[in-house]
Design a protein around this ligand. Structure first.
Ligand SMILES: *[C@@H]1O[C@H](CO)[C@@H](O)[C@H](O)[C@H]1NC(C)=O
Ligand SMILES: *[C@@H]1O[C@H](CO)[C@@H](O)[C@H](O)[C@H]1NC(C)=O
Ligand SMILES: *[C@@H]1O[C@H](CO)[C@@H](O)[C@H](O)[C@H]1NC(C)=O
Ligand SMILES: *[C@@H]1O[C@H](CO)[C@@H](O)[C@H](O)[C@H]1NC(C)=O
Ligand SMILES: *[C@@H]1O[C@H](CO)[C@@H](O)[C@H](O)[C@H]1NC(C)=O
Ligand SMILES: *[C@@H]1O[C@H](CO)[C@@H](O)[C@H](O)[C@H]1NC(C)=O
Length: 512
């Protein structure tokens, strides 16, 4: 069925406003600069300004001659295991970057625009302490950043090491951009499903919704989406940090040409977390049927006992088509599937993570109906084998997106902009909560134990080596309302189009 994926989300919200101040300021500035450099009468009336500008110009043109040295700052672990590990006091508080004007840096990928949409509920009201405290009911932990230092107060146990690696990721962000993050307090829920229902915060009398960070959202909720823990590794099931995986998959993609891959739709996962996954298994090939699907159950316990030999993600790019289907909520498997340059078959999802909203059906993936999976898969494989060039392009578009727009540098930039835009909305002064501890990479990693050493191994593998000498990319402005509507319409139309093709295919088969 064709549900307006994502549409409902825009309609309840107040109309988008463009920030007139920024635009106006930019315009005035431009006009000013043009005037300064072109009009000689300016020289006579305002000598000082010209000199200042001229000096600045000189500085800019001379900058490249003094290259900024990149430095690496290893963890400072106490050698004496009996002493408690402390946080270093000498990590740089700020760091000079090569770019003089950070705002002239390349613009971030388009999916960063959703940061504005996710924070829109607080755009006019701001975020009060009350709102944040209300979010505590659902939070796994509170994270506070004050003058570049991180403090964490834990409220409940997280699933596996989700909290550990999420916090680790934020600490790496602080290592990458020292002195660049505004003071803030966030509440973070590490459970799967979004919980802040927008229906509960409608109407003129309603209080602002509590801002709660998590890994995914859906149309009916207002939770703020943040990159999931597995970007820094999923130690329990031996999934390495994203940086390493991207390299492995790039290599894996190069091992077998698309055309030489098995011409079927492949899926391997845990079917017991969701009814729709069990439903999917019914499409598996058997003596009686062949829907072009090859489906397998991932037994993580068995895999663990066998040293995860069968679960190397990079070795799974051997089919032309790979199925993505949600579990209890969105699934972290999504990014690994999209990174193979096989065509990703996305079974109509209910949830979104922070980057998925930037992808388009038929351009980056092929949409699969949720209510008629087997027939939809059968047609999709048939279509791909019939349109090999186009199918390869779709696979390539997704893998390039993952390699380029979702590389680790952009994950940090996304976190940077999301957290800073959030911090700008705070109406109160963040403070260190009672009983919170200061956390830094040293405290987390130096004595990390467990999971056969994988916890420490993944931390060291994903450690940010030192301050970045390049500023974050420039946050693009919010979507214009028309552009956003057009983007969503395009999505709906593509899915509709595929449905029509599919109907036509079955009709023609039945006629024969
Ligand atoms: C130019 O520099 C002078 C001296 O440093 C300063 O007083 C003045 O405000 C500057 N003017 C502008 C337009 O920046
Ligand atoms: C600009 O640079 C020149 C030479 O370096 C210096 O004499 C002058 O004071 C500078 N002007 C300003 C406004 O800083
Ligand atoms: C490491 O930390 C200790 C104090 O905990 C400090 O004395 C020492 O200078 C630090 N070493 C480096 C290389 O920063
Ligand atoms: C650490 O403590 C243990 C027992 O308290 C002691 O036997 C050992 O010598 C200590 N090690 C160091 C390096 O201080
Ligand atoms: C792997 O990469 C090399 C060099 O870039 C290229 O020549 C080769 O065709 C690639 N192999 C496959 C299977 O894509
Ligand atoms: C699906 O079919 C294949 C091939 O017959 C088989 O190896 C596999 O175990 C089946 N998967 C499930 C979940 O039964």
């Amino acid at each position: 069925m064709l549900h307006g994926s994502g549409l409902a989300r825009y309609f309840w919200r107040p109309p988008l406003e463009r920030n007139p101040v920024t635009t106006a300021t930019l315009l005035v500035l431009t006009v000013f600069l043009v005037a300064v450099f072109t009009s000689s009468s300016w020289t006579d009336t305002s000598r000082l300004s010209i000199e200042n500008l001229t000096n600045k110009t000189i500085i800019i043109s001379e900058m490249p001659k003094i290259p900024i040295r990149k430095i690496e700052i290893p963890l400072n672990c106490t050698s004496n295991k009996n002493q408690t590990q402390t946080c270093p006091t000498n990590y740089p508080k700020t760091f000079q970057t090569e770019d003089l004007e950070p705002s002239s840096n390349p613009v971030c990928p388009d999916y960063f625009r959703w940061i504005h949409e996710d924070l829109r509920p607080w755009k006019t009201s701001g975020i009060t302490r009350d709102m944040v405290e209300t979010a505590k009911r659902k939070a796994t932990f509170r994270l506070v950043i004050i003058r570049g230092k991180a403090y964490v107060k834990k409220y409940r146990k997280a699933i596996q090491t989700r909290d550990v690696f999420t916090i680790w990721g934020i600490l790496q962000l602080l290592r990458k951009y020292p002195g660049r993050l505004l003071d803030l307090e966030i509440m973070f829920d590490t459970e799967d499903r979004p919980v802040i229902r927008s229906g509960d915060y409608q109407g003129p009398k309603s209080t602002g919704p509590p801002p709660l960070f998590r890994y995914c959202g859906d149309e009916k909720t207002l939770d703020i989406v943040f990159p999931d823990w597995s970007f820094w590794g999923w130690a329990e099931i031996n999934i390495k940090p994203w940086d390493s995986i991207l390299k492995d998959i790039k290599h894996g993609n190069n091992q077998t040409k698309w055309i030489d891959r098995e011409p079927y739709a492949y899926w391997k996962g845990n079917p017991f977390v969701a009814k729709k996954r069990q439903d999917l298994l019914k499409c598996n090939v058997s003596d009686q049927q062949d829907w072009n699907a090859r489906l397998f159950i991932q037994d993580w316990i068995l895999e663990g006992q066998q040293g995860f030999k069968q679960s190397n993600i990079a070795d799974q790019c051997t089919f032309r088509y790979k199925i993505y289907i949600e579990g209890y909520a969105w699934s972290v498997s999504e990014k690994y599937i999209l990174a193979c340059d096989s065509v990703t078959f996305v079974v109509q999802p209910e949830f979104y993570d922070f980057f998925m909203r930037g992808l388009q059906p038929v351009e980056h993936y092929w949409p699969i109906r949720d209510d008629d999976k087997c027939r939809s898969l059968m047609f999709a494989v048939h279509w791909g084998n019939d349109h090999k060039k186009k199918a390869q392009e779709i696979g390539k578009a997704a893998s390039s997106f993952m390699q380029e727009q979702l590389k680790m540098d952009y994950i940090y930039d996304y976190m940077y902009h999301l957290l800073n835009e959030y911090a700008k909305l705070l109406k109160f002064e963040p403070r260190i909560p009672e009983g919170a501890m200061e956390l830094c990479s040293e405290v987390m990693a130096c004595n990390a134990e467990g999971l056969e050493g994988r916890k420490k191994k993944f931390m060291m593998e994903s450690l940010v080596k030192g301050p970045s000498i390049i500023s974050p990319c420039t946050l693009p402005p919010p979507y214009e309302p028309q552009a956003l509507a057009a983007f969503v319409r395009r999505k709906i139309n593509s899915i509709f189009q595929v449905n029509e093709w599919e109907k036509g295919y079955w009709k023609s088969l039945n006629k024969q």
